[in-house]
Every structure is written in C-alpha cells, then in structure tokens.
Ligand binder design. Structure first.
Ligand SMILES: C[S@@+](CC[C@H](N)C(=O)[O-])C[C@H]1O[C@@H](n2cnc3c(N)ncnc32)[C@H](O)[C@@H]1O
Length: 303
C-alpha cells in the first residue's frame, strides 16, 4: 500500500481498518469497566475513569502489538537512507520504520516505545544508551522483557513518565541527564517518535520541548500517522470524513489519547523556526488515500 495506485481492496482496507482497531480497543475498555463494577466499585467508571482508560489501553496495546509483525532490521550492510526507500517495497506502515531507525546513534530518547516492538532495530553499536519514556505502566513489563530478549537490558532504561517537560525532567535527573545538557545545548543525539506524536498532550508545546532536548546536529527520527491531506491531490475527502467518524465514536478515548487529525509535519517544521529551521528535513508521505496516512523521515537540527 505505497503511495502509488492502490487496488480497490487495499483502499477499502485502509478505510475500515481503524474501525476494527477501534472496536478491539473499545472491547478492552468495556471489559476493564465491567470488571471494576463487578468487583463492587460501582462508581469506578466515573471516579477512576482515567485509571481505567490507562489500564484498558495497556492491555489492548499488549494484545494488539503482539499480533503485529515486528519490524526487522534492513538486511543491507549499510542502512539505506530513507529517501532511497523504494515506494514499491512499502506495503504497510511497519515497512517505513527500519530505514528510519537505522539512523539512530549516541544517546537516544525513545518516545512512547509501547511494548518495545522497535527494539530489534535499536541494536546498532553506534547507540550508546536508550531512554524509553513510556507513561503507561501496564506496558513496562513487556518493554523490559523485550529489552532483555534483544540483549539491550544494559543499554535500555525505562523512564516511567510522559514526555511533557515537567514529568520528563524529573525522571531524567535520576540518571544525571540535565535537560539543557552539560553545556546547555541539548541532551540527546537522537529522538525517536514512532506513532506517538499523535498522543502527546499539548502537541505543539510538547514537540517544541522535545526539539529543545536535541543536541545541535542531533536527529529526530519520525514515523507518524497524520491528518489526511484531503485538500491536496494526494489526500482523500472520504478518508478525512472517516477520520472524523472514528473520532466521534471514541477513538481518542479508548486509544490512549491518540488523535487522527494532527498535522505533524507542520508542527515539526514550526518548532525549529526560531533557529532558522532544521538543517535538513527529509520527509516522505505515504498512504494518502487512507484514514492512516503516514509521514516518515529524518530531521537534523542545526549545529
Ligand atoms: C500507538 S502506541 C505506539 C507504541 C510504539 N511507539 C510503537 O510504534 O509500537 C503510542 C504509545 O505512546 C505512549 N504515549 C502516549 N502519550 C505519551 C506521552 N505523553 N509521552 C510518552 N509516551 C506517550 C503510549 O503509552 C503508547 O505506548
């Protein structure tokens, strides 16, 4: 399902697939609420709604991501730059991830790693340490297990928090990571965001905070689903309407605050404007006819 012509079947799957994801996530949400009520906590769905949402999303994501095929490292000896990814080789969003994450090096911030499905792609010796900021406590056991299985237990540290500055700074401090860096010029050589900028609160502000944590010359590695570019020839009005319908049926509520309608490329460009823009901004767009259009790319901060 690249950006070339879709078959009718691929196009239809692209439109209805989020509906299946939504119904699965909703069933986990209902289950968590019912169990709380059956335990005698009759008002839990109201008084502990956020806690139950988190619990249900954690269980859903463990089940969902275990059914999904993990991205595997590129077999090519040298990682192919993302711009060389042949459109014909990209079947699903998972195919976008390996060439992008192959660019990771140094001290890495892995934003919202979930159950760690990206872990097999983070074994490069160029990576010195990885900090995974994952606020959903229900995913930590799986994430820790995955790090151990991939031989990354010594390199991978879970930060049990959101990446909003006030939470992240406290957790970073425990590992001697000063937010401005020792010279006040950033902390991380690489920041990875894979399917997570759709969920962070205060989107623009949080993205700007992440940008400030990047060292000069550092890379932001991005694979994100975004709002359908329906006003452009690559987009689809129907898919944009379907995104709205999924939202109306509770997508955000049961999907860990995920938004289908974020213009992530625009925000990523904007956060670097105060420095005169990114040094380089290589971004590709994919699956424009569907409800899950993607951007993928490598952004380099000016030195
Ligand atoms: C759709 S999942 C993607 C997980 C993983 N990146 C992947 O592609 O398999 C989104 C993840 O972002 C996490 N997340 C949500 N809000 C976050 C925040 N404010 N800071 C960090 N992670 C967050 C969720 O807990 C969840 O694990």
């Amino acid at each position: 399902m690249g950006d070339g012509k879709l078959t009718t079947k691929e196009w239809l799957i692209g439109l209805v697939e989020p509906g299946f994801i939504l119904s699965m996530a909703t069933s986990y949400y209902i289950d968590s609420n019912l169990k709380a009520v059956l335990r005698g906590q009759l008002l839990a769905p109201i008084l502990r709604s956020q806690e139950l949402r988190d619990e249900a999303f954690g269980k859903f994501w463990v089940a969902f991501s275990s059914n999904r095929e993990d991205p595997q490292p590129d077999q090519t000896p040298e990682p192919a730059p993302p711009t060389q990814t042949a459109a014909g080789q990209v079947q699903t969003s998972t195919d976008l991830i390996p060439p992008i994450l192959a660019q990771a090096s140094g001290i890495v911030l892995d934003v919202g790693p979930g159950t760690g499905t990206q872990m097999p792609l983070l074994k490069s010796p160029a990576i010195k340490a990885i900090y995974g900021a994952e606020p959903c406590a229900g995913l930590h056991a799986e994430l820790r297990k995955r790090a151990a299985e991939e031989g990354l237990a010594d390199k991978y540290t879970i930060l049990p928090c959101s990446v909003v500055q006030k939470e992240l700074e406290g957790e970073m401090a425990k590992y001697g990571l000063v937010p401005g860096g020792e010279d006040g010029r950033g902390v991380f050589d690489t920041i990875i965001t894979v399917r997570v900028l759709c969920s962070v609160p205060e989107f623009e502000r949080t993205t700007a905070e992440l940008y400030s944590l990047l060292k000069p010359g550092g890379k932001m590695l991005v694979v994100e689903h975004v709002v359908n570019p329906w006003t452009t020839p690559k987009g689809s009005v129907l898919a944009r309407v379907m995104q709205g319908i999924y939202h109306a049926f509770g997508w955000r509520w049961v999907m860990g605050d995920c938004c289908l309608n974020r213009d992530t490329e625009r925000v990523l460009r904007r956060v670097a404007e105060k420095d005169g823009g990114w040094e380089s901004f290589d971004m590709d767009r994919w699956f424009g006819a569907t409800c899950m259009p993607y951007i993928s790319g490598v952004l380099v901060k000016r030195k």
